[in-house]
Design a protein around this ligand. Structure first.
Ligand code: HEC
Ligand code: HEC
Length: 361
């Protein structure tokens, strides 16, 4: 009996202990649920981030970007090349098909091991005019024939379409032009005409040429561009930008970006804006306008790096004889403004643009 109070105390202690354990368990469960929720939330958001960058291995470099890619959409009524399967049968159709093949496999006909004449550097027109010149923002030929003949401010003359083709042979393919009356040039023209058969004169086409990227506030930086090159270009285009010949050794699997077999310094790609716009939506190979792999800054910087490397030179003192018409990023003077050749090559371009606006008023 004298133990009764003690027993009561012990009972009470046990009760309190049970209670404490219960409350603690509740608290711990609560904390666990809370932490669990937090982590699952995080998991969701990181999955969303990776989705934005659906690009597999390419983007795994330190300069990872999530950029504007989801914002880029192609309007439903954008120009589309006619389906190659609808090229007509017969003589005319044969010419069109031959023209397409000449653009896609130029080196087989005109390269250093070409079957017709050995007059070019071994590149194909298609290396820059992607998918035989049918790709939006890939230098397509959609509006080309409708816009010619036109005044060429580069040559200072009214130019027929054939002379624009000749220019790419002489500059981009750093070579000579086949006779413009030849079956080959005429077939190329036939194909280009067929491609653009639904395009009217003066029609503005979405995705023509390459995207005009916004100017950076600073000059494009070849040193930073070299890093982009090493991470995102070198694996295909080679350590020295020399490219890689295809197994048949006639044309390139990966075309050169500089060196003696590349485009010369009179080519369109030598202008920083053209290069940056091209790579932004097409390189590394597989990138598209809807899913680019480079930021604008990376595109400008890699353009600055590649176009600072050695390549064939072309005498251009007769080009752009009217300095008012010179493109802002044409890197050879004289200019209508006071900016240096260096600034016209690398930027910053905004001050030049401003000055040009004032000039033309
Ligand atoms: C190294 C890249 C490159 C290669 C290779 C190349 N081109 Fe071009 N081409 C360009 C660029 C860039 C432009 C447009 C920029 C500019 O010069 O204003 C262009 C413009 C053109 C145009 C004018 C398009 C228009 O709508 O006004 C034609 C036509 C053309 N190229 C034909 C050819 C042909 C034919 C070949 C092969 C013999 C060829 N190109 C090879 C880069 C290239
Ligand atoms: C996965 C391989 C691959 C990678 C990586 C790659 N390219 Fe290309 N590149 C190609 C191929 C293939 C072509 C030719 C496309 C065709 O003929 O259809 C090409 C064409 C080009 C051209 C036009 C032709 C020429 O040689 O002048 C340029 C410029 C270019 N690439 C720049 C770059 C830059 C800059 C990078 C890095 C940001 C890059 N490429 C990364 C495969 C690649």
């Amino acid at each position: 009996m004298e133990n009764q109070p003690e027993k009561e105390v012990i009972k009470a202690i046990i009760k309190i202990t049970h209670y404490t354990i219960f409350v603690s368990l509740l608290t711990i469960t609560g904390i666990l649920i809370f932490v669990g929720l937090m982590f699952s939330g995080r998991g969701e958001s990181s999955a969303a981030e990776t989705d934005l960058g659906t690009n597999g291995s390419i983007i795994s470099a330190p300069t990872q970007i999530t950029s504007t890619k989801s914002a880029n959409t192609i309007p439903a009524d954008a120009w589309k090349a006619p389906d190659a399967a609808t090229i007509p049968a017969g003589k005319q159709g044969d010419m069109i098909r031959y023209g397409k093949d000449l653009l896609a496999h130029t080196a087989n006909y005109f390269g250093p091991k070409g079957s017709i004449a050995r007059i070019t550097n071994g590149m194909n027109c298609q290396n820059c005019h992607l998918d035989a010149g049918t790709r939006l923002f890939g230098n397509n030929y959609g509006g080309f024939m409708a816009s010619y003949p036109k005044m060429s401010y580069r040559s200072g003359k009214m130019s027929p379409a054939s002379s624009r083709i000749a220019e790419c042979f002489e500059r981009s393919l750093a070579g000579k032009v086949p006779d413009t009356a030849s079956k080959e040039v005429q077939s190329i023209l036939a194909y280009m005409k067929w491609i653009g058969k639904n395009v009217q004169k003066k029609q503005q086409l979405f995705g023509a040429a390459t995207e005009k990227l916004a100017f950076l506030d600073v000059a494009a930086d070849p040193t930073k561009g070299k890093v982009v090159f090493m991470l995102k270009c070198q694996s295909c285009h080679g350590e020295n930008g020399e490219g890689l010949l295809a197994a048949d050794k006639k044309s390139y699997q990966y075309p050169p970006l500089w060196g003696k077999h590349s485009y010369n310094d009179g080519a369109g790609m030598y202008r920083l804006g053209n290069f940056a716009g091209f790579v932004k939506n097409n390189m590394p190979y597989g990138a598209t306008y809807q899913n680019p792999q480079l930021t604008d800054e990376e595109a400008w910087n890699v353009a600055a790096f590649v176009n600072s490397q050695p390549r064939p030179h072309r005498d251009q003192h007769k080009d752009w004889t009217n300095p008012d018409k010179k493109p802002i990023d044409f890197p050879f003077g004289p200019y209508a403004d006071q900016f240096s050749e260096k600034q016209h090559k690398f930027g910053p371009f905004k001050p030049i643009k401003e000055a040009q606006k004032n000039l033309s008023i």
